[in-house]
Design a protein around this ligand. Structure first.
Ligand SMILES: Cc1ncc(COP(=O)(O)O)c(C=O)c1O
Length: 428
């Protein structure tokens, strides 16, 4: 079947941004695969998921269970990246005009307005822009979870060193949302200026109650920043509805964008409270070098200089693809795979599952440990003997292994993991 380019891209789930970037012969070769794209069936969903999984370039037999570390990008997304990059090279263009459409896609994806979105290099950069940009004085306090990734914690520790900001941390609770809220409330003092949480914690995948925290912060006049490196693309949410002041995420994890992509959201009403720390062309559209240097209207003032437009276009294509698959459907699939692993692992002797089963507190990641073998050895055996790439969890002496389950994974890999754990425990 010979499909025109538009139909082909539509079938692959690549929307307007991808189309703007143009297609090539190589892309059209995938039309045959697109023609065979299955319709989702509630009764028999596996062919659908198998077809989506087949889009990834992952080595056959190698189970990649670490989207939380670095998410693979699907072949069609990489094709868009490639094509856009090459097309821009034809006339040596920056492709800056392509950002506007991509901004719309990511705004829709995150439940924000396009002017609230800035493209950054990764979640760390977004977190850093907030930490460095807020007007904090010596003695001002920031609260965050002690399961924060260095990309979420170091920007604040840096502020502690540079500006004398005081850092206070709480341990995320596995009990319930109310307990997590209570732990934050207990740390609030008259000097608290910022609360930041990992939307989903990196070590064990605990989902924190961002809506309730946003309300609390609003009532107390405290800035609320979310480190969403692990949440965007894992399950759907709307930033404006959550009510946070700012949010940063990686594009190269659960959204499935190319490496070195990320998004920073700053709520329109709060934009001017974050002083840009890195500026240049595009931060201001002023043509001369006068001292006025008024910033451009939106969060995009935090973008500066020449950028990799192909990466941004491909990130938007990845987000678009998820919307076409169905965000709720993806979230449910992740949860179902985690449930399958949980059921298998829970039946084994001496295994301690650290991620709560409560659906309010967890989604598509699960971490577990066993007193019989240290986390790094367990990680090494799963990889070396069973070709299962998990993520070792050394943080806070948790001594665990973390598993992320997303579009590149399948039920067979869940079963392989349980079988591998069974085999390892038999010989340990
Ligand atoms: C919660 C959290 N924040 C930040 C990061 C850092 O992400 P990036 O390397 O994309 O900046 C990670 C990475 O795993 C993370 O889990």
């Amino acid at each position: 079947m010979n499909l025109d380019r538009k139909t082909f891209l539509r079938r692959l789930g690549v929307g307007a941004v991808g189309l703007a970037a143009g297609a090539s012969t190589r892309g059209e070769q995938r039309a045959a695969a697109a023609a065979a794209w299955p319709v989702y069936s509630e009764r028999e969903p596996e062919p659908y998921w198998t077809a989506i999984r087949a889009q990834y370039l992952l080595t056959p037999g190698f189970a990649y269970l670490n989207t939380g570390g670095l998410g693979p990008a699907a072949g069609p997304v990489l094709d868009i990246y490639d094509r856009t990059s090459r097309r821009l090279q034809e006339k040596s263009e920056t492709g800056h005009a392509l950002f506007a459409e991509a901004r719309k896609v990511l705004a829709r994806f995150l439940g924000a307005e396009p002017t609230e979105i800035s493209f950054v290099r990764n979640a760390t950069e977004g977190n850093g822009i907030i930490a460095a940009g807020l007007a904090l004085k010596e003695g001002d306090e920031v609260i965050f979870d002690d399961h924060a990734h260095p990309g979420g914690a170091f920007p604040w520790i840096n502020q502690a060193k540079q500006r004398g900001v005081v850092v206070r941390m709480f341990e995320p609770s596995v009990a319930d949302a109310a307990e997590n809220l209570a732990r934050i409330v207990a740390l609030i003092t008259p000097r608290t200026r910022v609360v930041q949480v990992s939307h989903v914690t990196a070590p064990t995948g605990i989902v924190l109650p961002v809506v309730a925290i946003a309300k609390l912060c609003r009532e107390r006049g405290i800035w609320f920043h979310i480190d969403g490196a692990q949440s965007a693309g894992m399950f759907p949410f709307e930033l404006r509805a959550i009510g946070c002041d700012s949010f940063a995420t990686s594009g190269h994890k659960w959204i499935g964008g190319p490496h070195e992509t990320g998004v920073l959201f700053i709520r329109r009403e709060k934009l001017d409270e974050v002083a840009p720390t890195m500026v240049g062309a595009y931060s201001s559209d002023q043509a001369d070098l006068s001292m006025a240097m008024a910033f451009v209207a939106g969060t995009q003032r935090h973008e500066y200089g020449t950028r990799n437009a192909a990466a941004v276009v491909a990130l938007a294509a990845a987000a678009d693809t998820q919307e076409r698959i169905g965000r709720e459907r993806i979230a449910a699939r992740g949860r179902a795979m985690v449930a399958r692993v949980r059921a298998g692992i829970a039946a084994l002797p001496d295994v301690d599952i650290l991620t709560p089963a409560n659906p309010e507190l967890s989604a598509a990641m699960i971490a577990f440990r066993t007193p019989r073998i240290a986390y790094d050895k367990l990680f090494g055996r799963l990889l070396g003997e069973h070709r299962l790439r998990c993520r070792p969890v050394s943080e806070q002496k948790l001594n665990a292994v973390r598993v992320s389950l997303h579009l590149c994974n399948g039920l067979d890999e869940c079963d392989r993991l349980v079988a591998a754990m069974t085999a390892i425990l038999k010989t340990t």
